[in-house]
Write a protein that binds this ligand. Structure first.
Ligand code: FMN
Ligand code: 173
Length: 400
Protein backbone atom coordinates (compact mmCIF):
# COMPACT_ATOMS: atom_id res chain seq x y z
CA UNK A 1 0.00 0.00 0.00
CA UNK A 2 1.67 3.28 -1.05
CA UNK A 3 2.33 5.77 1.76
CA UNK A 4 2.50 8.71 -0.66
CA UNK A 5 -1.05 10.10 -0.92
CA UNK A 6 -1.02 10.80 -4.65
CA UNK A 7 0.44 7.32 -5.32
CA UNK A 8 -2.34 5.78 -3.23
CA UNK A 9 -4.91 7.61 -5.34
CA UNK A 10 -3.36 6.69 -8.69
CA UNK A 11 -2.96 3.05 -7.69
CA UNK A 12 -6.66 3.01 -6.74
CA UNK A 13 -7.58 4.63 -10.04
CA UNK A 14 -5.84 1.79 -11.88
CA UNK A 15 -7.77 -0.76 -9.80
CA UNK A 16 -11.22 0.79 -10.39
CA UNK A 17 -13.54 1.07 -13.39
CA UNK A 18 -13.63 4.52 -14.93
CA UNK A 19 -17.19 5.04 -13.70
CA UNK A 20 -16.36 4.02 -10.13
CA UNK A 21 -13.24 6.20 -10.12
CA UNK A 22 -15.14 9.23 -11.45
CA UNK A 23 -17.84 8.76 -8.82
CA UNK A 24 -15.46 8.46 -5.86
CA UNK A 25 -12.75 10.90 -6.93
CA UNK A 26 -15.07 13.42 -8.52
CA UNK A 27 -16.84 16.43 -7.14
CA UNK A 28 -19.08 19.27 -8.16
CA UNK A 29 -18.72 21.34 -11.31
CA UNK A 30 -15.20 22.19 -12.36
CA UNK A 31 -13.86 20.51 -9.21
CA UNK A 32 -12.56 23.82 -7.87
CA UNK A 33 -13.55 23.04 -4.30
CA UNK A 34 -12.21 19.49 -4.54
CA UNK A 35 -8.84 21.02 -5.46
CA UNK A 36 -9.08 23.82 -2.88
CA UNK A 37 -9.81 21.35 -0.06
CA UNK A 38 -6.32 19.87 -0.33
CA UNK A 39 -4.33 22.86 -1.61
CA UNK A 40 -5.60 25.13 1.19
CA UNK A 41 -3.67 23.02 3.71
CA UNK A 42 -0.58 24.78 2.31
CA UNK A 43 -1.78 28.07 3.84
CA UNK A 44 -1.06 26.62 7.26
CA UNK A 45 2.49 25.74 8.26
CA UNK A 46 3.66 24.09 11.46
CA UNK A 47 6.45 25.54 13.60
CA UNK A 48 8.26 22.63 15.33
CA UNK A 49 9.40 23.08 18.95
CA UNK A 50 12.46 21.38 20.43
CA UNK A 51 13.58 19.82 23.72
CA UNK A 52 10.02 19.12 24.88
CA UNK A 53 10.53 15.52 26.10
CA UNK A 54 8.15 13.80 23.72
CA UNK A 55 9.52 10.32 24.43
CA UNK A 56 6.10 8.98 25.38
CA UNK A 57 3.10 10.09 23.39
CA UNK A 58 -0.59 9.27 23.63
CA UNK A 59 -3.00 9.89 20.76
CA UNK A 60 -6.10 8.64 22.55
CA UNK A 61 -9.16 10.80 22.82
CA UNK A 62 -12.82 10.51 23.89
CA UNK A 63 -15.79 12.01 22.06
CA UNK A 64 -19.52 11.37 22.67
CA UNK A 65 -18.50 8.89 25.34
CA UNK A 66 -16.49 6.92 22.78
CA UNK A 67 -12.84 6.09 23.49
CA UNK A 68 -10.71 6.17 20.35
CA UNK A 69 -7.06 5.19 19.86
CA UNK A 70 -6.49 8.35 17.77
CA UNK A 71 -8.55 11.45 16.89
CA UNK A 72 -9.75 9.75 13.72
CA UNK A 73 -13.00 8.24 12.43
CA UNK A 74 -14.00 6.73 9.09
CA UNK A 75 -16.29 9.14 7.22
CA UNK A 76 -19.65 7.85 6.02
CA UNK A 77 -19.17 6.92 2.36
CA UNK A 78 -22.01 5.60 0.25
CA UNK A 79 -21.97 2.99 -2.51
CA UNK A 80 -18.75 1.34 -1.33
CA UNK A 81 -19.50 -1.65 -3.56
CA UNK A 82 -18.04 0.54 -6.33
CA UNK A 83 -14.64 0.08 -4.65
CA UNK A 84 -14.96 -3.52 -3.43
CA UNK A 85 -17.67 -6.17 -3.77
CA UNK A 86 -17.67 -6.77 0.00
CA UNK A 87 -17.91 -3.03 0.65
CA UNK A 88 -18.74 -2.25 4.33
CA UNK A 89 -17.86 -5.80 5.43
CA UNK A 90 -14.20 -5.06 4.63
CA UNK A 91 -14.27 -1.54 6.07
CA UNK A 92 -15.80 -2.82 9.31
CA UNK A 93 -13.07 -5.45 9.61
CA UNK A 94 -10.43 -2.72 9.34
CA UNK A 95 -12.25 -0.53 11.87
CA UNK A 96 -12.33 -3.49 14.24
CA UNK A 97 -8.65 -4.29 13.73
CA UNK A 98 -7.61 -0.71 14.50
CA UNK A 99 -10.34 0.36 16.96
CA UNK A 100 -11.09 3.40 14.79
CA UNK A 101 -14.84 4.28 14.87
CA UNK A 102 -16.83 3.76 11.69
CA UNK A 103 -19.60 6.04 10.46
CA UNK A 104 -22.20 3.93 8.64
CA UNK A 105 -23.81 5.67 5.66
CA UNK A 106 -27.50 5.81 4.84
CA UNK A 107 -26.32 5.06 1.27
CA UNK A 108 -24.42 1.94 2.28
CA UNK A 109 -24.12 -1.23 0.23
CA UNK A 110 -24.63 -3.48 3.28
CA UNK A 111 -27.48 -3.21 5.83
CA UNK A 112 -26.39 -1.55 9.09
CA UNK A 113 -27.22 -4.66 11.17
CA UNK A 114 -24.69 -6.72 9.20
CA UNK A 115 -22.04 -4.01 9.52
CA UNK A 116 -22.70 -3.84 13.25
CA UNK A 117 -22.10 -7.59 13.53
CA UNK A 118 -18.78 -7.24 11.69
CA UNK A 119 -17.76 -4.38 13.99
CA UNK A 120 -18.02 -6.42 17.22
CA UNK A 121 -17.64 -3.81 19.94
CA UNK A 122 -15.92 -1.20 17.77
CA UNK A 123 -17.63 2.20 18.05
CA UNK A 124 -20.09 3.03 15.27
CA UNK A 125 -22.04 6.19 14.38
CA UNK A 126 -25.02 6.07 12.07
CA UNK A 127 -25.17 8.77 9.37
CA UNK A 128 -28.71 9.82 8.52
CA UNK A 129 -30.07 11.37 5.35
CA UNK A 130 -33.42 12.80 6.39
CA UNK A 131 -35.91 11.07 4.13
CA UNK A 132 -38.99 12.71 2.67
CA UNK A 133 -40.91 9.86 4.29
CA UNK A 134 -41.07 10.29 8.08
CA UNK A 135 -41.77 6.60 8.72
CA UNK A 136 -38.39 5.83 7.12
CA UNK A 137 -36.64 8.47 9.26
CA UNK A 138 -38.15 6.98 12.40
CA UNK A 139 -37.27 3.46 11.30
CA UNK A 140 -33.64 4.37 10.49
CA UNK A 141 -33.30 6.04 13.90
CA UNK A 142 -34.71 2.98 15.72
CA UNK A 143 -32.42 0.67 13.77
CA UNK A 144 -29.43 2.92 14.56
CA UNK A 145 -30.32 2.67 18.26
CA UNK A 146 -30.73 -1.09 18.01
CA UNK A 147 -27.27 -1.60 16.47
CA UNK A 148 -25.73 0.36 19.35
CA UNK A 149 -24.87 3.56 17.50
CA UNK A 150 -22.85 5.89 19.67
CA UNK A 151 -24.33 8.93 17.92
CA UNK A 152 -26.54 9.99 15.06
CA UNK A 153 -24.72 12.00 12.37
CA UNK A 154 -27.19 14.07 10.37
CA UNK A 155 -25.76 15.15 7.01
CA UNK A 156 -27.19 18.53 5.99
CA UNK A 157 -25.24 19.44 2.87
CA UNK A 158 -26.64 16.78 0.51
CA UNK A 159 -30.40 17.22 0.46
CA UNK A 160 -29.90 17.33 -3.32
CA UNK A 161 -26.95 15.83 -5.14
CA UNK A 162 -24.52 18.42 -6.46
CA UNK A 163 -23.86 19.02 -10.15
CA UNK A 164 -21.31 16.29 -10.67
CA UNK A 165 -20.02 16.77 -14.18
CA UNK A 166 -17.87 13.67 -14.37
CA UNK A 167 -20.78 11.38 -13.49
CA UNK A 168 -23.16 13.28 -15.76
CA UNK A 169 -20.83 12.96 -18.73
CA UNK A 170 -20.39 9.25 -18.14
CA UNK A 171 -24.14 8.87 -17.64
CA UNK A 172 -23.38 7.17 -14.36
CA UNK A 173 -25.66 7.34 -11.34
CA UNK A 174 -25.04 4.29 -9.14
CA UNK A 175 -28.30 4.31 -7.19
CA UNK A 176 -30.32 4.54 -10.41
CA UNK A 177 -29.01 1.01 -10.93
CA UNK A 178 -29.89 -0.13 -7.46
CA UNK A 179 -26.42 0.32 -5.89
CA UNK A 180 -25.99 1.88 -2.44
CA UNK A 181 -29.59 1.48 -1.31
CA UNK A 182 -29.17 -1.44 1.12
CA UNK A 183 -30.36 0.55 4.19
CA UNK A 184 -33.60 1.17 2.31
CA UNK A 185 -34.21 -2.27 0.82
CA UNK A 186 -33.60 -3.83 4.25
CA UNK A 187 -36.02 -1.42 5.93
CA UNK A 188 -39.60 -2.44 6.85
CA UNK A 189 -41.01 1.07 6.32
CA UNK A 190 -39.36 1.36 2.91
CA UNK A 191 -40.49 -2.11 1.86
CA UNK A 192 -44.04 -1.16 2.69
CA UNK A 193 -43.77 1.75 0.25
CA UNK A 194 -42.34 -0.51 -2.44
CA UNK A 195 -45.17 -2.99 -1.92
CA UNK A 196 -47.70 -0.17 -2.28
CA UNK A 197 -46.06 0.96 -5.50
CA UNK A 198 -46.17 -2.57 -6.89
CA UNK A 199 -49.87 -2.96 -6.07
CA UNK A 200 -50.63 0.45 -7.55
CA UNK A 201 -49.36 -1.05 -10.80
CA UNK A 202 -45.78 -1.42 -11.93
CA UNK A 203 -44.55 0.76 -14.70
CA UNK A 204 -45.40 3.81 -12.62
CA UNK A 205 -43.59 6.66 -14.32
CA UNK A 206 -40.24 7.29 -12.68
CA UNK A 207 -40.13 10.97 -13.66
CA UNK A 208 -42.20 12.46 -10.83
CA UNK A 209 -39.62 11.21 -8.31
CA UNK A 210 -36.69 12.32 -10.41
CA UNK A 211 -38.13 15.77 -10.85
CA UNK A 212 -37.45 16.28 -7.14
CA UNK A 213 -33.75 15.58 -7.65
CA UNK A 214 -32.58 17.88 -10.43
CA UNK A 215 -29.17 16.33 -10.86
CA UNK A 216 -30.69 12.86 -11.01
CA UNK A 217 -33.06 14.12 -13.67
CA UNK A 218 -30.18 15.63 -15.62
CA UNK A 219 -28.19 12.44 -15.29
CA UNK A 220 -31.04 10.35 -16.59
CA UNK A 221 -31.55 12.77 -19.47
CA UNK A 222 -27.86 12.63 -20.26
CA UNK A 223 -27.92 8.83 -20.10
CA UNK A 224 -30.90 8.67 -22.39
CA UNK A 225 -29.10 10.84 -24.97
CA UNK A 226 -25.63 9.36 -24.86
CA UNK A 227 -25.96 5.94 -23.33
CA UNK A 228 -29.31 4.48 -24.30
CA UNK A 229 -30.08 1.34 -22.36
CA UNK A 230 -28.25 2.37 -19.17
CA UNK A 231 -30.93 4.33 -17.36
CA UNK A 232 -33.34 3.37 -14.62
CA UNK A 233 -35.82 2.05 -17.13
CA UNK A 234 -33.43 -0.74 -17.88
CA UNK A 235 -33.56 -2.40 -14.45
CA UNK A 236 -34.57 -5.98 -15.02
CA UNK A 237 -37.08 -7.03 -12.42
CA UNK A 238 -40.20 -5.07 -11.63
CA UNK A 239 -39.31 -5.26 -7.96
CA UNK A 240 -35.81 -3.82 -8.37
CA UNK A 241 -37.22 -1.08 -10.51
CA UNK A 242 -39.92 -0.27 -7.97
CA UNK A 243 -37.26 -0.13 -5.22
CA UNK A 244 -35.13 2.33 -7.19
CA UNK A 245 -38.14 4.47 -8.06
CA UNK A 246 -39.23 4.50 -4.43
CA UNK A 247 -35.71 5.43 -3.33
CA UNK A 248 -35.60 8.37 -5.76
CA UNK A 249 -38.97 9.50 -4.41
CA UNK A 250 -37.99 9.42 -0.75
CA UNK A 251 -34.18 9.99 -0.72
CA UNK A 252 -34.24 13.38 0.93
CA UNK A 253 -35.98 16.68 1.35
CA UNK A 254 -34.89 20.26 0.79
CA UNK A 255 -37.56 21.90 2.93
CA UNK A 256 -35.98 21.25 6.32
CA UNK A 257 -35.36 24.18 8.69
CA UNK A 258 -33.50 24.47 11.99
CA UNK A 259 -36.64 23.89 14.04
CA UNK A 260 -37.05 20.43 12.46
CA UNK A 261 -34.01 19.36 14.48
CA UNK A 262 -36.09 19.67 17.63
CA UNK A 263 -38.29 16.81 16.35
CA UNK A 264 -35.25 14.62 15.89
CA UNK A 265 -34.13 15.59 19.39
CA UNK A 266 -37.46 14.30 20.74
CA UNK A 267 -37.25 11.13 18.66
CA UNK A 268 -34.00 9.84 20.20
CA UNK A 269 -31.64 10.12 23.16
CA UNK A 270 -28.61 9.47 20.97
CA UNK A 271 -26.10 12.32 20.69
CA UNK A 272 -26.89 14.32 17.54
CA UNK A 273 -23.98 15.49 15.39
CA UNK A 274 -24.56 17.81 12.42
CA UNK A 275 -22.37 17.15 9.38
CA UNK A 276 -21.70 19.68 6.65
CA UNK A 277 -21.36 23.06 8.34
CA UNK A 278 -19.10 25.76 6.85
CA UNK A 279 -20.51 29.01 8.30
CA UNK A 280 -19.87 30.29 11.87
CA UNK A 281 -23.48 31.52 11.95
CA UNK A 282 -24.72 27.96 11.32
CA UNK A 283 -22.46 26.73 14.10
CA UNK A 284 -24.13 29.22 16.43
CA UNK A 285 -27.57 27.96 15.41
CA UNK A 286 -26.43 24.38 15.97
CA UNK A 287 -25.55 25.36 19.55
CA UNK A 288 -28.92 27.05 20.01
CA UNK A 289 -30.66 23.85 18.97
CA UNK A 290 -28.75 21.84 21.52
CA UNK A 291 -26.87 19.48 19.24
CA UNK A 292 -24.03 17.44 20.71
CA UNK A 293 -21.38 18.00 18.05
CA UNK A 294 -20.69 19.31 14.57
CA UNK A 295 -18.60 18.24 11.62
CA UNK A 296 -17.04 21.02 9.58
CA UNK A 297 -17.25 19.54 6.08
CA UNK A 298 -18.11 20.44 2.50
CA UNK A 299 -18.69 16.80 1.54
CA UNK A 300 -15.29 16.57 -0.12
CA UNK A 301 -16.17 19.29 -2.64
CA UNK A 302 -18.93 17.13 -4.10
CA UNK A 303 -21.75 19.62 -3.55
CA UNK A 304 -20.95 23.29 -4.28
CA UNK A 305 -18.25 24.07 -6.81
CA UNK A 306 -16.49 27.24 -5.69
CA UNK A 307 -17.34 26.76 -2.00
CA UNK A 308 -14.49 27.65 0.35
CA UNK A 309 -11.95 25.02 1.31
CA UNK A 310 -13.18 23.22 4.39
CA UNK A 311 -9.93 23.83 6.33
CA UNK A 312 -10.39 27.58 5.77
CA UNK A 313 -13.86 27.34 7.34
CA UNK A 314 -12.55 25.60 10.47
CA UNK A 315 -10.91 28.35 12.59
CA UNK A 316 -13.87 30.74 12.76
CA UNK A 317 -16.26 27.89 13.55
CA UNK A 318 -13.96 26.67 16.33
CA UNK A 319 -14.01 30.23 17.74
CA UNK A 320 -17.80 30.36 17.56
CA UNK A 321 -18.23 27.01 19.34
CA UNK A 322 -15.59 27.97 21.93
CA UNK A 323 -15.20 24.47 23.38
CA UNK A 324 -18.88 23.95 24.22
CA UNK A 325 -19.32 20.86 21.98
CA UNK A 326 -16.87 18.77 19.94
CA UNK A 327 -15.92 20.10 16.50
CA UNK A 328 -14.90 17.45 13.99
CA UNK A 329 -13.43 18.15 10.58
CA UNK A 330 -13.30 16.58 7.13
CA UNK A 331 -12.76 17.31 3.43
CA UNK A 332 -9.14 17.25 2.35
CA UNK A 333 -7.37 15.09 4.96
CA UNK A 334 -4.73 13.15 2.99
CA UNK A 335 -1.99 12.59 5.59
CA UNK A 336 -1.12 12.49 9.27
CA UNK A 337 0.43 15.96 8.92
CA UNK A 338 -2.93 17.22 7.61
CA UNK A 339 -4.61 15.77 10.71
CA UNK A 340 -2.12 17.63 12.91
CA UNK A 341 -2.94 20.92 11.17
CA UNK A 342 -6.68 20.40 11.70
CA UNK A 343 -6.05 19.64 15.40
CA UNK A 344 -3.84 22.72 15.70
CA UNK A 345 -6.67 24.82 14.26
CA UNK A 346 -8.97 23.47 16.96
CA UNK A 347 -10.65 20.32 15.60
CA UNK A 348 -11.20 17.60 18.22
CA UNK A 349 -10.94 14.83 15.63
CA UNK A 350 -11.04 14.34 11.87
CA UNK A 351 -12.84 12.06 9.44
CA UNK A 352 -10.96 10.13 6.82
CA UNK A 353 -12.84 9.96 3.50
CA UNK A 354 -11.51 9.12 0.04
CA UNK A 355 -8.11 7.74 1.17
CA UNK A 356 -9.68 4.75 2.95
CA UNK A 357 -11.86 4.07 -0.08
CA UNK A 358 -8.67 3.89 -2.14
CA UNK A 359 -7.24 1.38 0.32
CA UNK A 360 -10.47 -0.60 0.06
CA UNK A 361 -10.27 -0.68 -3.74
CA UNK A 362 -6.66 -1.87 -3.62
CA UNK A 363 -6.75 -4.53 -0.93
CA UNK A 364 -10.07 -4.75 0.93
CA UNK A 365 -9.86 -4.74 4.73
CA UNK A 366 -6.05 -4.99 4.68
CA UNK A 367 -5.90 -1.91 2.44
CA UNK A 368 -8.19 0.14 4.67
CA UNK A 369 -6.21 -0.96 7.71
CA UNK A 370 -2.90 0.03 6.08
CA UNK A 371 -4.23 3.48 5.17
CA UNK A 372 -5.48 4.04 8.74
CA UNK A 373 -2.15 2.87 10.19
CA UNK A 374 -0.16 5.13 7.89
CA UNK A 375 -2.29 8.13 8.91
CA UNK A 376 -1.83 7.40 12.61
CA UNK A 377 1.90 6.69 12.29
CA UNK A 378 2.52 10.00 10.51
CA UNK A 379 0.33 11.86 13.01
CA UNK A 380 2.22 10.32 15.93
CA UNK A 381 5.64 11.19 14.44
CA UNK A 382 4.60 14.69 13.45
CA UNK A 383 3.06 15.35 16.85
CA UNK A 384 6.29 14.37 18.58
CA UNK A 385 8.45 16.25 16.09
CA UNK A 386 6.58 19.53 16.66
CA UNK A 387 7.00 19.02 20.40
CA UNK A 388 3.63 17.67 21.61
CA UNK A 389 2.78 14.52 23.56
CA UNK A 390 -0.99 14.44 23.14
CA UNK A 391 -3.94 15.76 21.17
CA UNK A 392 -4.71 18.08 24.10
CA UNK A 393 -1.35 19.80 23.70
CA UNK A 394 -2.00 20.88 20.12
CA UNK A 395 -3.15 24.43 19.44
CA UNK A 396 -2.77 27.44 17.20
CA UNK A 397 0.61 28.28 18.70
CA UNK A 398 1.91 25.40 16.53
CA UNK A 399 1.10 27.34 13.39
CA UNK A 400 3.41 29.96 11.94
C1 FMN B 1 -17.90 8.32 -2.87
C2 FMN B 1 -18.33 9.17 -1.70
C3 FMN B 1 -19.56 8.92 -1.12
C4 FMN B 1 -19.96 9.66 -0.01
N1 FMN B 1 -21.14 9.34 0.60
C5 FMN B 1 -21.51 10.00 1.71
C6 FMN B 1 -22.67 9.62 2.41
O1 FMN B 1 -23.36 8.68 2.06
N2 FMN B 1 -23.01 10.34 3.51
C7 FMN B 1 -22.26 11.41 3.96
O2 FMN B 1 -22.61 12.04 4.96
N3 FMN B 1 -21.13 11.77 3.32
C8 FMN B 1 -20.74 11.08 2.22
N4 FMN B 1 -19.58 11.43 1.59
C9 FMN B 1 -18.76 12.53 2.13
C10 FMN B 1 -17.73 12.01 3.17
O3 FMN B 1 -18.38 11.61 4.36
C11 FMN B 1 -16.72 13.10 3.53
O4 FMN B 1 -17.39 14.26 3.96
C12 FMN B 1 -15.80 13.45 2.35
O5 FMN B 1 -15.39 12.29 1.68
C13 FMN B 1 -14.59 14.23 2.84
O6 FMN B 1 -13.79 14.64 1.76
P1 FMN B 1 -12.42 13.88 1.37
O7 FMN B 1 -12.78 12.45 1.12
O8 FMN B 1 -11.98 14.57 0.12
O9 FMN B 1 -11.46 14.07 2.51
C14 FMN B 1 -19.15 10.70 0.48
C15 FMN B 1 -17.91 10.95 -0.12
C16 FMN B 1 -17.48 10.20 -1.19
C17 FMN B 1 -16.13 10.47 -1.78
O1 173 C 1 -22.18 10.65 -3.31
C1 173 C 1 -22.28 11.25 -2.24
O2 173 C 1 -21.45 12.12 -1.92
C2 173 C 1 -23.37 10.99 -1.34
O3 173 C 1 -23.34 11.45 -0.25
C3 173 C 1 -24.52 10.18 -1.77
C4 173 C 1 -25.80 10.72 -1.67
C5 173 C 1 -26.88 9.98 -2.13
C6 173 C 1 -26.70 8.73 -2.65
C7 173 C 1 -25.42 8.19 -2.72
C8 173 C 1 -24.32 8.91 -2.27
Amino acid sequence: MPTEPSELASAAQRAMSKEAWAYVDGGAGQQRTVAANTSAFDHYRLVPRMLANVESRDLRTTLFGVDMPAPLMLAPVGVLELAHPRAEHEVAAAARATGIPMMISTQASVPMEDVARDLGDTPRLYQLYWSRDESIVESFVRRAEAIGSDALVVTLDTHMLGWRTRDLDLGYLPFARGLGIAQYTSDPAFRELVAQRLTAGSGTDVRPGLREIPSALAAVASMARHHPGKAVDNLRSGHARAAVETFLDVFSRSDLIWDDLDRLREMTDLPIVLKGLQAPEDARRALEHGVDGIIVSNHGGRQVDGAIASIDALPSIVDEIDGRIPVLFDSGIRSGADILKALALGADAVLLGRPYVYGLALAGAAGVQAVIEHMIAELDLSLGLVGCRSVGETGRELLG
